[in-house]
Design a protein around this ligand. Structure first.
Ligand code: MIC
Ligand code: SF4
Length: 644
């Protein structure tokens, strides 16, 4: 039987385990990336492991999330990250250099290699034929030290593309179409491989947009072949030497095959408040739009920005719309400045934003109350924009630009637009490079690590208790994202200070949660979180596990979990328990007492735990490997590794 590209990469990187379910695979990680919002904690954990220098081929520390710098905290974090990078052999990408995934694609990603990043959109590297996976910071810290990264033997899905994009359909619409087919839940453990004759018609930045939004499907990664288009992209980036061909072997077998004709795609939109709530743009016609934000790691390439500039050229933004544009990297911004596109954007009335995450994570540019915002980013969870009742729609850059001109969801059947297609933007022969905002470790002066007053130690917890007496501290619904658990936006500056950040756990859902947990802890009780389907979807932020751990949460009882968050819970000593009978969820109430005295023994024995709740017995499942059971019993991965 032939192997697909994912199987080839997994096999060439296998350190432990096997690819046969139910085994777990431990793979070698060639490259890592961190960003500043997750990176400070990841490097504090790395430091506590007592390793002298990173053991990877390449590790890069990006500063792109917390660049608002309201107060001293962000700048102190940046100084810490810069000093720690110099100390441990890590490339440091300074604020202003761009969004980690876009910059990594431009300067470092390599076909056939593995990349682990402390950010859920790390899979964007799959556009280059890299097996790129998002994880919690602690898993990335272990990989930086040369340790294996573990994942369950994956389910492999081939998406076979035919035809080519036409009319106004773009790569974003393919990403959205995938969401309408697969949804945002139920895809845990899947890796998508793109193939078929349609792949050749997509440029690397377009492939990267599609791989990026695999994160919203909840898949582990999405990988494209490495072909002539990949070679051309790398050559244009001055790194043809990083190219290798990567294609599926004849007769490669997959668990599932999805056929998609690119020619049949039409412009789509993800409607409030889920990336999986997909409708045709046609159905939104006439919808008044108040704000348009173009950028984020999903759609901020030079190609995207040039398409937007072509649509806005010699036109003026509608007076009812506030348009913000954030080019994804300094490389993109410089190119736009040189070819005159930047002038067109400015002339149109666009507000040019920093090449950073910014609006995408609610770090500025929050819409007005009840405002409709058209965005090219990848997530529209309720409140993520910083405005609780804003209505955020995810669309392509072209559709966003058209909406900025008309103040409405564009009517593509309009005579002028129906006869046109989206601007054809040729791929550059050469991307002009300037690596001036990287600090490479060999040239960095070895100075002491700088720790500002906001930077605390990574917290630890005790081994899993012999007998657990818990109380339901919150009963949450389906699709609770890590944005619900640990808000970002204005709270981002507390990422390095767990004691301060923990005050905001579930802030938007239940502002009393943190104080309630403190009360339980004082009475010698443990807090238990109860939730519905897909608990922990969205970001990789391990703070959504660390802060609850800090508050004394020892178990989350849910109908299902998303992959990265479930792994983070285990890494911080919290049991991710799955209801065997989903109906048991309905019967549970907040403040109910839970006798979980069976839990530790069940974890040890690898059997289903039985919880006694209000005279009922609730059976749960723990989908953990033997390795993860040991981590949980130890009270977290740092305890198990015997870190200093
Ligand atoms: C996100 O898009 O939600 C983030 C902010 O990039 C997160 C990481 C974080 O919370 O720092 C992610 O996607 O992992
Ligand atoms: Fe940054 Fe948004 Fe991308 Fe997350 S999704 S890395 S916040 S641009």
């Amino acid at each position: 039987m032939g192997r697909g590209i994912v199987s080839q990469i997994l096999q060439s990187h296998l350190m432990e385990g096997s690819m046969l379910p139910p085994d777990e695979l431990g793979i070698r990680i060639d490259q890592t990336l961190t960003q500043d919002a997750t990176g400070t904690m990841a490097y504090l954990q790395f430091e506590s492991m007592g390793i002298a220098r990173v053991a990877t081929e390449l590790s890069v520390s990006y500063v792109d999330h917390n660049t608002a710098q309201m107060g001293f905290e962000n700048a102190d974090d940046h100084a810490y990250l810069q000093s720690v990078a110099a100390r441990f052999g890590i490339v440091y990408s300074r604020a202003g250099n761009g969004i980690c995934h876009q910059v990594h694609l431009e300067r470092f990603g390599k076909p056939g290699s593995t990349l682990l990043g402390s950010d859920s959109h790390t899979p964007m590297g799959g556009g280059l034929g890299q097996l790129a996976i998002g994880a919690g910071g602690l898993d990335v810290a272990v990989a930086m030290g040369g340790g294996a990264f573990f994942l369950p033997a994956p389910t492999l899905t081939l998406v076979r593309l035919t035809g080519r994009l036409g009319g106004w359909a773009s790569a974003k619409d393919l990403a959205l179409r995938m969401l309408s087919i697969l949804g945002t839940k139920g895809n845990v453990g899947t890796i998508i491989e793109y193939g078929g004759p349609g792949v050749a018609s997509l440029s690397v930045p377009e492939r990267a947009t599609i791989a990026n939004m695999g994160a919203e499907l909840g898949v582990t990664s999405s990988v494209f072949p490495s072909d002539e288009r990949t070679r051309r992209f790398l050559a244009a980036q001055g790194r043809e030497h990083d190219w290798t061909a990567l294609e599926a072997e004849a007769d490669a077998e997959y668990d599932r095959v999805i056929e998609l004709d690119l020619g049949e795609l039409e412009p789509l939109a993800a409607c409030p408040h889920s990336p999986g709530n997909i409708r045709s743009l046609r159905e939104l016609q006439g919808l008044k739009v108040d704000q348009v934000c173009i950028g984020s790691c999903t759609n901020s390439s030079l190609q995207d920005m040039r398409a937007v500039a072509a649509i806005l050229r010699e036109k003026t933004v509608h007076p009812g719309v506030s348009l913000g544009i954030a080019p994804g990297s300094r490389q993109v911004l410089r190119a736009l400045a040189k070819d005159g596109s930047l002038a067109s954007l400015i002339d149109s009335g666009a507000r040019i934003l920093e090449s950073a995450c910014g609006f995408c994570i609610g770090n500025g540019f929050s819409p007005g109350s009840k405002a409709v915002s058209f965005r090219t980013s990848n997530r529209n969870f309720e409140g993520r924009s910083g405005t609780g009742d804003a209505q955020v729609y995810l669309v392509s850059p072209e559709v966003a630009a058209l909406a900025a001109l008309t103040g409405r969801a564009p009517d593509l059947s309009d005579a002028g637009l129906a006869s046109a297609a989206r601007p054809a933007i040729a791929e550059p022969e050469r991307y002009e490079q300037d690596d001036g905002l990287f600090i490479f470790p060999d040239s960095a002066p070895a100075a002491p690590v700088q720790r500002g007053p906001n930077i605390g130690e990574p917290p630890r917890t005790q081994p899993f208790p012999e007998s657990l007496r818990g109380v339901v501290a919150i009963k949450a619904g389906d699709k609770i994202s890590t944005d619900h658990i640990m808000p970002a936006g204005a709270r981002l500056k507390y990422r390095s200070n767990i004691a301060a950040y923990a005050a905001f756990v579930f802030e938007g859902l239940d502002p009393g949660f943190s104080a309630r947990c403190a009360g339980l802890r004082d009475s010698g009780l443990h807090a238990v979180v109860v939730a519905g389907e897909s608990y922990g979807q969205g970001s990789s932020r391990e703070h959504a596990a660390i802060c609850p751990m800090y508050l004394g949460v020892k178990a989350v009882l849910a109908k299902s979990f998303e992959r990265i968050h479930a792994a983070n819970l285990v890494n911080f000593g919290i049991a991710p328990l799955i209801f065997v009978q989903p109906n048991d969820y309905e019967a549970l109430e907040r403040d109910e007492a839970i006798d979980a005295s069976d839990l530790r023994k069940a974890i040890e024995a690898g059997r289903n735990p039985l919880l006694a709740i209000g005279g009922r017995i609730v059976e749960c499942r723990l989908e953990l490997s033997p390795r993860q059971r040991l981590i949980l019993l130890a009270g977290g991965l740092l305890n198990l590794r015997g870190a200093r």
